[in-house]
Design a protein around this ligand. Structure first.
Ligand SMILES: [Zn+2]
Length: 532
């Protein structure tokens, strides 16, 4: 056992050093867009990956894994084995995949569809879908937003073939199965669980959809049957299209950093050290997205945001801080390798839970003075949360089943499959004339963030189960108390990666992960719709 400890201490100190350098390069790159930082990041990325590219060490790890029983040592070996495995794919293939992904990313970033004689950015497409009331113009901009699919589809299909080849080299049936296995997720369980969630929320979704369609039909002066997918406020019908402007106005006077700080203080968790290190506002050259990064697994945790006065950004600020307090909450006695969440699912659950508070009446009433004007809007925000959950869950169901089938049989009629799934889950019909198109390839994640989306829905399910457990433990599902903060700190954050994600779920809630709590919250009582 001593030789294993010796190996871990030497090997992990190299990994920790390289990872810290890489994280700093990432931070500089994302906050400035500096080309030097981009080069440095790529170099450090390769150097870090090379540490895991050693068949002899991998074989030793497998052997030790058979011999060692001590739980913390065994868990560290497990983490390392799963980090080494994908790096044992033949080097030439790994390089080809990296190169094709970089090319795809470039094509994606550079493509601008033509609309009314002008090249449009993604944000401009969305702005038209948010504001335009003429159905014909909405249809045109939606069609323009899909053009990228036809351009990217051949590149994506080539990558799918390479990724499958990589999976075969490690003995997996396809890339989807490989990714799930490396993340300790059981593929059969995943698809069954999503199928159950889908059936049991079908009725609630349909009822909500009919309300939305009625509003859309009124707004655009078009019959419900003729609405089309361009009636939504985003190109994939994955967001709540109602009350957008009103809810933005509700929070437009708030200082989101201050509101976030006050929110986490009510949980007894100080976040000002995180905010001091964070980068909150838009700037030229800066990344347009939002994320949380743990630089050193010591105490240096930061978030990046591009705050705008919208409810979506209030949600995002709370969300990223949720990731951050999780990262700061690990048992500091844990070895470096285990100072991380066991899977994205568990940290997303915390972040999603925090993000929900941007819509919850109870939390909002702490942030905004209730008045005759704000009171009804806060209630509308609460209703919007339910719609958001139902709508987004359907979108994850489409993505997950599509990806599973894309990798198991890439030669089938993929656009036919795509619209079949959109119709099955989102209950939105394919418009005429899409047969020869590649609408599936227009979604960024299909090509560039594969086998990833499912975590969000599992995270939402876990978030609802946590709220149910809080209710049982303290009589309230609200996060606004020290008791809630302590529960999360001790149960969810403290264990780090000392156990797999599914064991951590049981540790927190007492049950394996099921959709029950989520369904009760957002799709009404479980009996409703269970017959279908
Ligand atoms: Zn997140």
């Amino acid at each position: 056992m001593e030789h294993v400890k010796q190996f871990l201490s030497e090997f992990v100190s190299k990994v920790a050093h390289k990872a810290r350098q890489l994280n700093k390069a990432v931070w500089i790159l994302e906050t400035t867009g500096s080309p030097d930082a981009a080069d440095l990041k790529a170099e450090l990325d390769t150097e870090l990956r090379m540490l895991f590219n050693d068949r002899a060490i991998y074989d030793k790890l497998l052997k030790w894994d058979q011999e060692i029983q001590e739980p913390l040592l065994k868990r560290q070996l497990n983490v390392l084995i799963r980090a080494f495995k994908p790096n044992l794919i033949p080097q030439a293939l790994l390089e080809e995949i990296a190169q094709k992904e970089a090319e795809l990313s470039q094509s994606y970033a550079n493509f601008r569809p033509e609309f009314e004689g002008k090249a449009l950015s993604e944000n401009e497409v969305r702005a038209v879908l948010k504001k335009e009331n003429k159905a014909e113009r909405r249809k045109k901009v939606w069609e323009a937003s899909k053009e990228i699919g036809d351009v990217l589809a051949p590149q994506i299909l080539h990558l799918v073939q390479l990724r499958n080849q990589a999976a075969h080299s490690l003995g997996y049936s396809d890339y989807f199965q490989m990714q799930l296995d490396l993340q300790e997720v059981n593929g059969k369980w995943l698809l069954q669980t999503f199928d159950e969630l889908s059936k049991r929320s079908d009725e609630a979704y349909l009822e909500m959809l009919q309300k939305i369609e009625k509003e859309q039909s009124k707004r655009f002066g078009v019959e419900v049957k003729a609405l089309g997918p361009w009636a939504w406020s985003d190109p994939f019908c994955q967001e709540d299209p109602l009350n957008n402007q009103e809810l933005d106005d509700l929070v437009s006077q708030l200082d989101f950093s201050k509101a976030g700080q006050a929110f986490y203080e009510r949980m007894g968790i100080p976040v000002h050290p995180i905010l001091e290190r964070s980068d909150m506002f838009e700037r030229p050259g800066k990344s347009q997205h939002a994320f949380c990064i743990n630089i050193d697994r010591e105490k240096d945790v930061r978030t990046l945001n591009n705050v705008q006065p919208s409810i979506r950004w209030l949600e995002t600020v709370l969300h990223e801080l949720g990731h951050a307090i999780y990262e700061l909450g690990f048992d500091s006695a844990l070895p470096w390798l285990l100072r991380e969440p066991p899977h994205m699912i568990t940290t997303e659950a915390m972040a999603l839970l925090a993000g929900r508070q941007a819509y919850r009446y109870d939390s909002l009433s702490h942030m905004i003075e209730p008045s005759e004007k704000t009171e009804p809007l806060m209630k509308k925000a609460d209703q919007s949360l339910t719609r958001r959950q139902l709508i987004f869950s359907r979108w994850v169901l489409v993505m997950t089943e599509f990806e599973s089938q894309l990798y198991s049989n890439p030669k089938q009629d993929l656009n036919g499959l795509w619209w079949k799934l959109v119709e099955k889950y989102q209950k939105i019909k394919a418009p005429q004339g899409r047969q020869s198109k590649s609408d599936w390839a227009a979604k960024y994640h299909i090509g560039l963030a594969p086998v990833y989306y499912f975590s969000y829905l599992l995270g939402e399910m876990f978030a609802s189960s946590i709220e149910e457990s809080l209710s049982k433990a303290s009589g309230s599902q609200s996060l606004d108390s020290h008791k809630a903060g302590q529960f999360l700190q001790h149960k969810l954050f403290f264990p780090g990666n000392r156990m797999p994600w599914d064991a951590l779920v049981q540790h927190v809630t007492g049950y394996p992960l099921t959709p029950d709590a989520w369904l009760t919250q957002f799709a009404g009582p479980a009996e409703l719709g269970a017959q279908g």
